[in-house]
Unconditional design. Structure first.
Length: 165
């Protein structure tokens, strides 16, 4: 369990306390990093929001489970690139995970559209082995990092940390 202690003025530092043995679990050890504080209206917001974009429901579920266990709030899912762009504009998540190959509009074109709409968008590309050339194109289109399928939870969280860091 990770506890966040807040005292004093709104701009005072936040103390994050966690048990010493939390590093044995890659999801738990990264949890403290992902907590953020939103002091607008004095309310705490402990979870980064994420939009998961993949045409395969199995992959959306897997990514969602990894991120939810790390303390993220999955605010939406998209099956196509067009749907990803529409949902990004509607939801404005902190993070987008994007598959490269999707029907309708591919992930690279979706990243391009999202970053044209919001140059500060944080997009993590999800690619299968053998798609390295497409990953380079995705980074040039505005993606911040990538992770290769099949996923290992620790690798996903490391990539997310780099994107949000």
């Amino acid at each position: 369990m990770v506890r966040i202690a807040k005292s004093g003025a709104a701009d005072d530092p936040i103390t994050i306390r966690s048990p010493r043995n939390v590093t044995a679990d890659p999801i738990a050890s990264n949890k403290a990093f992902f907590y953020s504080l939103n002091d607008s209206n004095g309310e705490e917001d402990l979870a980064h929001t994420v939009l998961i974009c993949d045409d395969a429901i199995f992959m959306r579920t897997m990514v969602g489970d990894i991120l939810q266990q790390a303390g993220f709030e999955v605010v939406g899912e998209a099956e196509t690139g067009t749907e990803a762009v529409e949902k990004y504009k509607q939801l404005r998540p902190d993070l987008v995970t994007m598959d490269i190959v999707m029907p309708d509009m591919g992930g690279i074109d979706a990243v391009r559209a999202i970053t044209e709409f919001d140059p500060n968008a944080k997009v993590l590309m999800c690619s299968a082995m053998g798609q390295q050339a497409l990953v380079v194109e995705a980074i040039q289109a505005g993606a911040k990092d990538f992770v290769v399928k099949p996923f290992q939870p620790s690798r996903v969280l490391e990539a997310v940390q780099r994107v949000l860091g």
